[in-house]
Design a protein around this ligand. Structure first.
Ligand SMILES: *Cc1c(COP(=O)(O)O)cnc(C)c1O
Length: 329
């Protein structure tokens, strides 16, 4: 494997902590629950995109880029972390956000503004459809823009999660724990694909369960297709010699609720239990839903007493403030 030779821009603080959620485990009466704190990566409130951006922006700088462009939803954590990375490197950052300019900015959008990003409103095009036009415009102005892919999910982004699993492996070796399951939010595919490749490379036998956040993948691909294709291309990109197929992919689609970003009773319960029993804040879009999935699977008896489950906290808490109306008691 050659990923250590890839250009990389340090942006976060690693390794992120791993610890047990003993109160929540006791409350639910099922397996031991552990958590991997990628909400603590340190880049402007942290999150899983910090890892991906180290490799992606490493590439951008090696290519001589002087401007970053990326896209996402109005409360995108990916966009906020890209804006923070750009600020730390003193690169202009253009964000193409779905929807239209709200009367007042909150949550991640407020942070995007504080971090100095230039925001372009894209209406229904929340997955970066407008990027080529903006890129063209910047080129015509003599800039060298670099497009950070949607959700940071390309081979470089996924590579950071191959490495994250190696990071976890040395932590669990030191702690002398073995997990039976790893559970995480799966949305644009990079986290999931990287973990799949990492698991194969390290020859681990824990089960990786992605909780699907969105009912849809991209315009032309389903989410499972997207994840598997990225896992295959990442395994090739890193010259791992690992073949990846459908049997490597577990994506649970039972917890997508009323759709992307729509908070239901399950997300509310997961956010509230994790806050009250562990003092840990989840987010309303991704980790709240993924934890709802974990709780649901424990209640269904899928994860059993005596087993150990790791919940990968991928960040996102700034979006809580943008959902204040729905989350208030
Ligand atoms: C982006 C994001 C995810 C999903 O990661 P993908 O690699 O896009 O699947 C999960 N949680 C949070 C908080 C995120 O911002």
């Amino acid at each position: 494997m050659r990923h250590l030779e890839l250009p990389r821009q340090p942006l976060g603080f690693f390794p992120t902590p791993v610890h047990e959620l003993a109160n929540l485990g006791k409350l639910l009466g099922g397996p031991h629950i552990f958590i991997k704190r990628d909400d603590q990566t340190g880049l402007a409130f942290g999150g899983n995109k910090t890892r991906k951006l180290e490799y992606i922006i490493g590439r951008a700088l090696a290519d001589g880029a002087d401007t970053l462009i990326t896209a996402g939803a109005i409360q995108s954590n990916h966009c906020r972390q890209t804006a923070a990375a750009a600020a730390s490197l003193q690169l202009p950052c253009h964000l193409v956000l779905g929807g239209k300019s709200p009367d007042s900015a909150n949550g991640n959008l407020l942070l995007d503004q504080l971090l100095g990003a230039k925001i372009h409103w894209a209406g229904n095009n929340r997955k970066g459809e407008d990027i080529p036009r903006i890129e063209q415009q910047l080129r015509s102005e003599g800039r060298k823009p670099f497009v950070v892919p949607y959700g940071g999910s390309n081979e470089l982004g996924a590579t950071s999660f191959v490495e994250a699993l190696c990071e976890l492996d040395s932590q669990t070796f030191a702690m002398q724990i073995d997990f039976d399951h790893i559970v995480f939010a799966s949305s644009s595919g990079g986290t999931h694909a990287g973990l799949m490749v990492g698991k194969k490379l390290l020859k681990k036998d824990y089960q990786l369960t992605g909780i699907a956040i969105d009912k849809v993948g991209s315009a032309d691909k389903s989410l499972p297709q997207l994840i598997l294709e990225l896992a295959v291309s990442t395994a090739e990109f890193l010259k791992t010699g690992c073949g990846m197929d459908e049997s490597d992919l577990i994506l649970n689609k039972d917890y997508t609720g009323a759709g992307y970003g729509i908070i239901g009773p399950a997300e509310k319960e997961a956010i509230s239990l994790t806050a009250r029993y562990e003092g840990i804040l989840l987010d309303p879009v991704y980790t709240g839903r993924a934890m709802a999935g974990l709780i649901g699977l424990i209640r269904k008896g899928k994860f059993k007493k005596g087993e150990s489950v790791l919940f990968w906290h991928t960040g996102g808490a700034p979006a809580l403030f943008a959902s204040a109306d729905e989350l208030q008691n």
